[in-house]
Design a binder for this molecule. Structure first.
Ligand code: RIB
Length: 294
């Protein structure tokens, strides 16, 4: 099985701050770094480090060749990645002293993906393959429809939060959602009880698999009346950026290995918690041997 990640590639401009800047405020950054990121690129690397056969498609600018090189070194096949002379996508990231973050996206090259490019890329994939999407590129509805027509297994991490009403949600096989995304998709308040949110999602889409990631509170799985949960190891977090991407890469890889869903949740929580102990998004993603303890 090949896993195609069609998604974003970003240059992350990471500012370490005492607290996330408030309206009208100016704060001094204690430290600044330029790191590899983008939800699509991060998830492709996480899938590859976990052991999947991964292809990454999207659109990069000339200023992000160093990130493409890093992805290739991590085992991601980038032969189907399109290039543009326009600047690459960027993300301005504030990381505060408790390791939480706030992100501003500048889509750049990611916004230049066309449906013609998508058609060409999808020619290389079929019914045995998997498509992984996030919401940092255009044409998400088109990608879901086309992959569904090919009978690919479609995974959607709707981040940043999309307009769910504009998407063919019944053609997605697996959603990986954080608390806010899950509640929004269920049409409930963002502080709603996780089980109630999953009940609502499963009642509306009984054929669909849902994973709800709740940070340090662990992760939940639901499909119809099948449910599972794993807690998350306690760690001293320094930067939570990319933890969700790490979780997705490990969860999907282990699921495709036909491991029991409790094991998939448990090891994906472990991988995400390790990522939180390291700085940056892509650089923080652990290798499989760190999860298996080899
Ligand atoms: O999920 C983390 C990522 O979100 C960062 O790498 C940043 O690029 C934004 O896309």
């Amino acid at each position: 099985m090949k896993v195609l990640v069609y998604g974003s590639i970003n240059i992350d401009l990471v500012f370490s701050v005492e607290h996330i800047v408030r309206p009208g405020e100016t704060v001094a950054s204690r430290h600044f770094e330029r790191k590899a990121g983008g939800k699509g690129a991060n998830q492709a690397v996480a899938l590859s480090r976990a052991g999947s056969d991964v292809w990454f498609a999207g659109k990069s600018g000339p200023d992000a060749q160093w990130i493409v090189d890093l992805m290739q070194k991590s085992g991601v096949n980038t032969d189907l990645l399109c290039r543009t002379d326009s600047p690459n996508g960027q993300a301005v990231i504030q990381v505060e002293h408790k390791a939480q973050n706030a992100i501003i996206l500048m889509p750049g090259s990611n916004a230049k993906i066309t449906t013609e490019e998508i058609d060409t890329v999808l020619e290389h994939f079929g019914a045995d393959d998997c498509l992984v999407l996030q919401n940092e590129i255009p044409h998400i509805a088109y990608l879901i429809e086309k992959a569904w027509e090919k009978d690919m297994f479609v995974v959607f991490n709707p981040s940043p939060l999309p307009d769910f009403s504009a998407l063919p949600l019944d053609k997605v096989d697996l959603f990986v959602l954080n608390e806010i995304e899950a509640a929004a998709m269920a049409g409930m308040d963002s502080d709603a009880d996780y089980e109630a949110v999953l009940d609502a999602l499963a009642a509306t889409w009984p054929q669909t698999e849902f994973v709800l990631t709740a940070g340090s509170a662990g992760a939940f799985y639901r499909m119809d009346d099948i449910s599972a949960y794993s807690s998350s190891p306690k760690v001293k977090a320094v930067d939570t950026t990319g933890a969700g991407d790490t979780f997705l890469g490990y969860f999907l890889t282990l699921k495709n290995e036909m491991r029991p869903v409790e094991d998939c949740l448990c090891d994906a929580c472990l991988a995400a918690s390790i990522a939180c102990t390291r700085k940056g998004a892509m650089p923080s993603i652990p290798e499989r041997r760190e999860i298996d303890g080899d």
